[in-house]
Design a protein around this ligand. Structure first.
Ligand SMILES: Nc1ncnc2c1ncn2[C@@H]1O[C@H](COP(=O)(O)OP(=O)(O)OP(=O)(O)O)[C@@H](O)[C@H]1O
Ligand SMILES: [Mg+2]
Length: 269
């Protein structure tokens, strides 16, 4: 892994309340360049709320966001984009009737002498898709005729046009089949190779194990462990998600805390 010491993005003590619901409490999260961090947790754990605080869609009530080591205020989506944070939401927001080029450059069209420079946009689209090893039959077909996986890769490619340093993917494989999921996971690896930090929200442990370097677990709006994926079993991650009290993590913690008197206890068994 090619990870630098200073996180590109760090969240410190993030809290957020909706009326009576305390959605996030004191949440910490760090993303390094060239690192894929999976953000996992049960429904309602606070994943989307946390992403919204980073994306400037729903700022936190409390806590600090650091960007490349400096404290920043992310109170609008525009601020997040300017810093270099791109978010790909689950409802992809592609325009079915536009082709791939049209979707990639929607809102950032290249204009020359007052007219759309279709040739240049097509050239850049091909180049972008090629550098990401994305295979699409033609950049001139409407995205409606692409598979779910191809659509997802187009949406991710689109987010890269602003040259972000961090990309947040909210459930990018949720609606995809095996082959399409593999395409998207390949793309996540391309992003890491390019030195981007990736936050991958997923309910799919196989995906998490396949591409994430670390996994951060949220439970009831709080951190419930951060794990190195290679050194952690799927069961340990699931225990942290569900809060099962008797799991390897809590047993290990109990062992550490009870060091000294635990031997006698076990001897009596
Ligand atoms: N706009 C809102 N108004 C009131 N409550 C909200 C709002 N958004 C989220 N919540 C509450 O905050 C908590 C966290 O929700 P959030 O959507 O962040 O969970 P999640 O981890 O993304 O879940 P899922 O896996 O189902 O997407 C939930 O209790 C939810 O009901
Ligand atoms: Mg969510």
């Amino acid at each position: 892994m090619n990870v630098s010491a200073t996180p590109v993005l760090a969240l410190r003590g993030i809290s957020k309340r909706f009326g009576a619901v305390q959605a996030l409490t004191d949440v910490e999260l760090e993303i390094h360049p060239g690192e894929v961090v999976a953000l996992v947790g049960d429904n309602g754990a606070g994943k989307s709320t946390l992403v919204k605080t980073i994306a400037g869609v729903g700022p936190a009530d409390d806590g600090v966001i650091e960007w490349e080591g400096r404290q920043v205020t992310v109170d609008r989506p525009h601020t997040a984009q300017e810093l270099g944070i791109a978010t790909v939401y689950q409802d992809l927001a592609l325009c079915d009737n536009l082709d791939v080029v049209g979707n990639l450059f929607l809102g950032r069209e290249i204009v020359r002498a007052g007219v759309l420079d279709e040739v240049e946009m097509e050239r850049r689209a091909r180049e972008l898709l090629a550098t990401l090893s994305i295979r699409i039959p033609s950049v001139r077909i409407p995205v409606a005729s692409l598979s779910g996986g191809q659509r997802q890769t187009v949406a991710i490619a689109r987010s890269l046009l602003g040259e972000p340093k961090v990309v947040i993917l909210d459930e990018p494989t949720a609606a995809l089949g095996v082959e399409q999921t593999a395409q998207v996971l390949d793309l996540v690896e391309r992003l890491r190779e390019r030195g981007l930090g990736v936050i991958l929200i997923s309910h799919n442990m196989a995906d998490v194990k396949a591409v994430a370097d670390r996994v951060a677990v949220l439970r009831l709006g709080r951190n419930n462990g951060t794990f190195e994926v290679r050194a952690t079993s799927q069961e340990e991650i699931i225990s942290a998600i569900t809060g099962a009290t008797d799991n390897a993590v809590t047993r290990r913690e109990a062992r550490r805390q009870g060091e000294g008197d635990s031997e006698t206890a076990e001897g009596n068994q």
